[in-house]
Design a protein around this ligand. Sequence first.
Ligand code: DP6
Length: 333
Amino acid sequence: MADGSSTWVATPNIALIKYWGRRDAALNLPCNSSISITLGEEVQTKTSVDFDPKLARDELFLNGKKAGAEETKRAARVLNVVREKAGIAAKARVVSSNNFPTKAGIASSASGFAALACASCDAAGLKMGRKELSILARMGSGSACRSVLGGFVEWKAGKQRGGRDSYSVQLAQKSHWKGIVDIVAITDAGRKKIGSEKGMDITVKTSKLFKKRLLEVPSRLSRMRRAIRERDFEALAALCMEDSDSMHASMAESRPPIVYLNETSKKIMRVVREMNARGGRSVAGYTFDAGPNAHVITRKKDAKKVGAMLRKIRGVERLFTCGVGGGPRKAAY
Ligand code: DP6
């Protein structure tokens, strides 16, 4: 029996084949399926949910500060579904903190909403499977639906109007390919200028390249599934760079143009490509979300070399290295 409160830890995920563009904004239904790696607990969000009948309204605290109306409303999209399913009326106090910079292109919304979905269900005494949790997390943030599972994950775009077929499935467990790491190079820890939701809606409406991207993604998805299945790092690195480049080109071709990358991001792209060419093999692959911070995917055996090279680039403020994570878990408060 739940006592009305629960705490969960979840981690962000890095998409190798990106989600960008919604076919339904209210339900966060994507235009295409996407594939990601759930990151290890080097980067994590811890979220506590307490359903308290004495509260007049939902309260959200993010990294020690009371959140604004907009963010609290977004959390309520998840809490409302849980209240309805559990048949409870109590408002909730949500306390959430990250150990990494918020809104910097490292999807804090993904770990945040995955942790919120798990903690709020548990606090309400609901037993939900991963599919239901994934759909619930999706209500808060699209990419969050991939963070309810560990290892290598695919978010199936689905076709149905109500989004019952738009959820994540695990392609492989963390133990399938432990040798992969994501070196995150912070090039600007500030808040992003255009939020993802607004940015993707502009791209869908105005970018011709985005239409072309949607035709190419299915083939990249199937090649990425194979690369993961066969632990083919060469293919994984090439495909993740190709997909990141395709997403950022579609953004740049939107009207008004949407540009998340900065000069340091571009330098990182060049250096990674040069390093691969020099080595005659794929040492690493870069990918960028809706921000200028690089995720450089590499193998543990090459991580030291890749880290040293990134550290030399002017404009790289900080590096941290994450392994593959096992998905959300219940924690002590
Ligand atoms: C560029 O669903 O994470 O990271 O909730 O506003 O952060 P926010 O949006 P979100 O979309 C961002 C998509 C992306 C690519 C990806 O993770 O697939």
